[in-house]
Ligand binder design. Structure first.
Ligand code: PLP
Length: 721
């Protein structure tokens, strides 16, 4: 599964992009047909550099919390690469008389910071500048506004580039652009050109719009055709001061990139380094081929025939790239190290070394959408993120939900609430449980909403004098926490307590998961009692605050209830509690969490030999055993020992044999001859087209999936994909 999620399409397109860049600097078709060459190098070829920017944006900003660290890494590496590139081109600079120009110092500054000290090196400072601009825009304004702003910058750039003809006779504008050109020879730079592509890369990474290959491809073809028309028109009108920026380049890149990420497979990180080397080195090879032509008196062939020239330069640059990759692998066997390296990929692999949880944020977003669709129109989703968001990682899940527009959360304890606030989670955070009065100041400080679990508790809280927001919990039959719904008088008094701002009133259903007649009658009675109470309160002149009743099953089985919130936990994470539950509504919710490990060792045991503690497994035939480094210390119930549980390997289900240990378990892989050390083992989740649901896992362990999920061990790595 991990292979199929990797972006091989991006890696392979790097080759095409590098070939296009070399073509731009050689014009291979110029002797054959000028228009064809213009189309290849000045229009189609213009996708290459934006593509590289988008790759960077795509990987750098994929995981927002880590993006700052990644950005720093990226900048460090790009600066380093740029430094090396400047140095290796100094001899060429000397040869071309660079150091003899007027205003040398100012020009060096300009070139180092903006233009690049060789014509193609502009890409590196633009990359550095573009990444910083894009990152800051996204951080300050969010994706949508950042994109608008970058479009604005791009528009400014357009009129200094392909659309210069439109403004050059307007005195005010042409003066303005004259100023820009004093600082930067072109508008195709890190400010006007690069940011939009970094941001688009990030937007594509962070969105989960479903689109099909074919639609996307058609959109790409249309955009590209329009770009051809645009380019040829501007060219024939002689509008172009330079020919890097087109209006249609932006949609073309968007659809091109989305097409590429649909091609999944094993990544080839060395292509990142290889193509970067081709990019940096090819002008050197151009000079080298020219020199060779001169020396061998073969200029007519090697230089004047542009196609041969192009092929020679490409071959030589590729050879240097292969040498560089080879050297790098020797130095660092983990693979490429270029500035386009996929940092995520490396992180993932470090975290996938033993046993881990994979959290699919796209599925979380999908679940939010489908659950909101079945909720009444004015009802809001209160995301229940207690117990570390049911083992999914409370802080990450809540920040992500915040990002996609969820503004209400429920936690069980004050510490869970404080942790979210410290991570920057905004909106309402309701504590469902009791908070010790000694911590009232923290409730106030972190703007947490406390549940009033009894009249006395409410009164004591009020007397402490902090201005607090609270919800009142009503007991309608659960008999756990809350004030009995029949105590209308007491409940009405709570509304009169000082310092407390009553923002909500709620109850909790005890058997909303059941479709048995008597359970449904009980639930209807609970709901009826709650509304009865609201009516009584209203009659006493109480203004009714926000109301909520349903949890996941409450929503799925009683969707007609009209409240201000539904407190959703399990369903948000795409799971039910038990397989036998068949709720009235059955929306397409998808599991967010997978639990995985790796096949660590394979051993053959002979008939009669035993396995593990207690010799609980004795082979009745020659048996091939796989050792998997995950155990009850990670939350795998020991109940799953001795064939009661199973795991997936390469799409096949195999039994757990012997007793589960604290840190390891054993599986019988006799029937899977192709299994090898390092294969992924799925305990919860899918492998090829087989799936083990959390409910299956729970049922075999004689519990419910809620318990399984929130008991997953803290030493498991969490990976957000
Ligand atoms: C845990 C909890 C929920 C969420 O329940 P799910 O079944 O996971 O949706 C809702 N309300 C209260 C009071 C809870 O304790």
């Amino acid at each position: 599964m991990s292979d199929s999620r990797e972006y091989a399409g991006i890696d392979y397109f790097r080759i095409i992009a590098a070939l296009l860049v070399v073509a731009i600097h050689i014009s291979p078709l110029i002797n054959i047909n000028e228009t064809a060459d213009f189309i290849l190098t000045r229009i189609v070829g213009r996708v290459a550099v934006p593509f590289f920017f988008m790759v960077s944006g795509f990987f750098l900003f994929s995981d927002w919390e880590k993006s700052e660290k990644r950005l720093k890494n990226f900048l460090k590496k790009t600066v380093f690469l740029y430094g090396i590139s400047i140095i290796i081109y100094i001899p060429v600079n000397i040869y071309t008389g660079y150091f003899k120009m007027d205003n040398l110092f100012i020009n060096i500054l300009k070139d180092v910071f903006i233009e690049g000290t060789m014509y193609h090196l502009w890409y590196l400072p633009a990359s550095i500048f573009g990444a910083v601009v894009a990152w800051n825009l996204i951080r300050k304004m969010g994706h949508k506004d950042a994109l608008s702003f970058a479009v604005f910058l791009y528009l400014i750039g357009l009129f200094g580039d392909s659309y210069f003809g439109l403004i050059k006779d307007i005195p005010l504008l042409s003066n303005l652009y004259g100023l820009i050109f004093q600082v930067s020879d072109y508008t195709r730079n890190g400010l006007f050109f690069a940011p939009i592509f970094f941001i688009l890369g990030s937007i594509i990474r962070n969105s989960n719009v479903n689109y099909t290959k074919i639609n996307n491809f058609v959109a790409l073809l249309i955009s590209l055709s329009l770009m051809l028309i645009e380019g040829l028109t501007l060219h024939s009108l002689e509008f172009q001061r330079h020919d890097s920026m087109y209006i249609m380049l932006v949609p073309t890149m968007f659809f091109l990139f989305r097409s590429l990420i649909l091609y999944r497979g094993k990544r080839v990180p060395t292509l990142g380094t290889g193509t970067m080397v081709v990019y940096i080195i090819h002008p050197m090879m151009i000079i080298f081929v020219r020199l060779m032509g001169k020396i061998l008196k073969l200029e007519w062939l090697l230089v004047e025939n542009n196609i041969i020239h192009y092929i020679m330069v490409t071959l030589l640059s590729t050879m240097v790239a292969i040498l560089a990759v080879w050297w790098e692998i020797g130095r660092n066997p983990r693979g490429g190290n270029g500035p386009h390296k996929d940092y995520t990929h490396k992180n993932l692999d470090n975290k996938r070394d033993r046993a881990w949880i994979e959290v699919n944020l796209d599925n979380l977003k999908h679940n939010v959408t489908v659950l909101q669709q079945i909720m009444p129109r004015d009802c809001h989703l209160m995301a229940v993120v207690k117990a570390d968001a049911y083992g999914h990682g409370g802080e990450r899940i809540s920040s992500y939900l915040n990002k996609i527009g969820i503004k209400s959360f429920a936690v069980a304890t004050i510490d869970e609430g404080i942790a979210l606030r410290k991570k920057g989670v905004v909106g309402d955070i309701l504590i469902l449980g009791y908070t010790d009065l000694g911590r009232t100041q923290e409730l106030w400080k972190y703007k947490l909403i406390q549940t009033i679990v009894s009249y006395d508790y409410g009164r004591e809280l009020s007397e402490l004098g902090y201005d607090l927001k609270v919800h009142i919990k009503i007991d309608t039959g659960m008999h756990r926490m809350g004030i009995d719904h029949r105590n209308v008088e007491k409940i009405a008094q709570i509304f009169k307590l000082e310092n407390l701002e009553i923002r909500g009133i709620y109850t909790h259903l005890a058997v909303s998961d059941s479709r048995r007649t008597e359970d449904m009658e009980f639930t209807e009675k609970q709901i009826g009692s709650f509304y009865e109470l609201l009516k009584d309160l209203k009659e006493r002149g109480v203004r009714i605050p926000k109301t909520h009743i349903q949890s996941s099953y409450g929503l799925l089985n009683y969707p007609e209830i009209r409240c201000d919130y539904a407190r959703i936990g399990m369903a948000l994470y795409g799971v039910l509690s038990e397989n036998s539950h068949k709720p009235r509504l059955n929306p397409d919710i998808r599991p967010v969490l997978s639990l995985k490990s790796k096949l660590r060792l394979i051993r053959d045991i002979k008939t009669g030999e035993s396995l593990g503690y207690g010799r609980a497994f004795i082979a009745n035939k020659n048996t091939r055993i796989g050792i998997v480094p995950i155990g009850y210390g990670d939350g795998v119930p020991r109940n799953l020992s001795c064939g009661r549980g199973s795991v997936l390997i390469n799409g096949c289900e195999v039994p757990i044999v012997g007793r589960i240990c604290m840190d390891q378990l054993m599986i019988d892989i006799t029937d899977i001859p192709e299994a090898k050390v390092g294969d992924t083992i799925v305990l919860i989740g899918t492998s090829r087209n087989r799936e083990i649901l959390a409910t299956d896992f729970a049922a075999n362990g004689e519990t419910i999936s809620n318990e399984i999920l929130c008991r997953l061990g803290s030493r498991l790595n969490k990976i957000y994909v």
